[in-house]
Design a protein around this ligand. Structure first.
Ligand SMILES: Nc1ncnc2c1ncn2[C@@H]1O[C@H](COP(=O)(O)OP(=O)(O)O)[C@@H](O)[C@H]1O
Ligand SMILES: [Mg+2]
Length: 329
């Protein structure tokens, strides 16, 4: 995709040319640049990249969750309606309603002094105007839907009485309270151990399939994305550098950064051997590059890589890559 392209009218959410900068007294740092994305009904998209690549701010900008210091350019249309530039009040029907977002640390998002029932019924009052016994009944249904063990008893529990995995189930239930068309889950399993992580990912996908809701899963961990997403967008230093079907990732990834992430994935056979890591670090946010921002870490570097930013070009019907070397080979 490239931002000169029109919005996709079929998409639930169509993002074009999203660019995000933060300004302070001294400088303006651009942390996300020229993101194009189309989210279709029911699809599951994984967004992967090392910490600091701009995964979270992309979605916070779309939902109007960045403060006034953020300068946001581009366009994000939800069923045709422009979201960027809406007021908090105008966004309130979108947030938690059409688009819900859950974060890494459920404990910090839940209110420690309120029982689970109160937190769920407040969401139901806000998003669906449900009150009293009916709200309680739907709250219980939601806990059942997120496969909360002993759901009836959990309604009267406080967050600190539940495990991390159970609190994440509560967060998912709260997100579902507004019957969203899109759920954005930002590192939803990062704080959980591996078994619980797998259960939560399965649950998110089961809900997606049952409800037709679209799911955007953000993770620094490619293993999480390959387990749970049909499409993958790889982000590096504020840009999408590769976009493809997850099932083709292991055989067809072309960007050296994607291949670096794949090489760094623990595999069963390699359990006892040292993990390969990508040498070097993600550049500082806002660092300016004349050429490819991955060039300082890339093993396949050519001279053109220092001279021009590679565009995200269509490699084939299912894949887009922003890499001079991949384009030349
Ligand atoms: N409110 C903010 N003010 C200034 N810089 C920010 C703010 N939020 C995020 N950033 C910067 O934007 C970059 C991308 O951050 P983020 O989207 O959180 O990365 P990721 O989610 O991929 O780990 C980081 O360098 C971060 O420091
Ligand atoms: Mg993040």
């Amino acid at each position: 995709m490239n931002s000169a392209l029109q919005h996709d009218p079929q998409a639930l959410l169509s993002v074009r040319g999203l660019t995000i900068s933060f300004a302070n007294e001294e400088q303006t740092r651009t942390v996300v640049q020229d993101i194009d994305l189309d989210i279709h009904k029911g699809m599951s998209l994984g967004i992967v990249g090392e910490s600091g690549c701009g995964k979270s701010v992309t979605w916070m900008a779309i939902l109007g969750l960045l403060g006034a210091r953020a300068q946001i350019q581009g366009s994000a249309r939800l069923a045709g309606q422009e979201l960027l530039g809406l007021t908090d009040q105008e966004l309130s029907t979108v947030r938690g309603g059409k688009i819900a977002m859950i974060f890494q640390d459920p404990a910090s998002c839940l209110n420690p002094v309120h029982r689970i029932e109160k937190q769920l019924t407040e969401s139901l009052a806000l998003h669906r105007a449900l009150f009293g016994a009916e709200a309680r009944r739907v709250a219980l249904d939601l806990l059942d839907r997120v496969e909360m063990p002993n759901a009836g008893q959990r309604l009267s529990a406080y967050p600190h009485e539940l495990s991390g995995g159970m609190n994440q189930r509560v967060m998912i239930a709260m997100a579902l309270a507004g019957q969203p068309e899109l759920l954005v889950a930002d590192e939803p399993t990062t704080a959980l151990d591996a078994t619980v992580q797998a259960q939560i990912l399965d649950l998110l996908n089961q809900i997606r399939k049952d409800s037709g809701m679209a799911l955007v899963l953000i993770s620094h961990d490619l293993g999480v994305i390959t387990e749970a997403s049909e499409q993958v967008a790889v982000m590096y230093a504020g840009r999408i550098v590769e976009y493809m079907r997850t099932e083709h990732l292991f055989t067809h990834a072309r960007h050296p950064y994607t291949n670096g992430l794949l090489g760094a994935m623990p595999s069963l056979e390699a359990e006892h051997s040292a993990l390969k890591t990508i040498p070097g670090q993600v550049p500082q946010a806002g660092a300016h590059f004349k050429g490819c921002s991955f060039a300082p870490r890339c093993t396949e570097i050519r001279s053109i890589c220092h001279d021009a930013v590679p565009a995200l070009e269509t490699a084939n019907a299912d894949q887009r890559v922003a890499c001079h070397v991949a384009r030349l080979s």
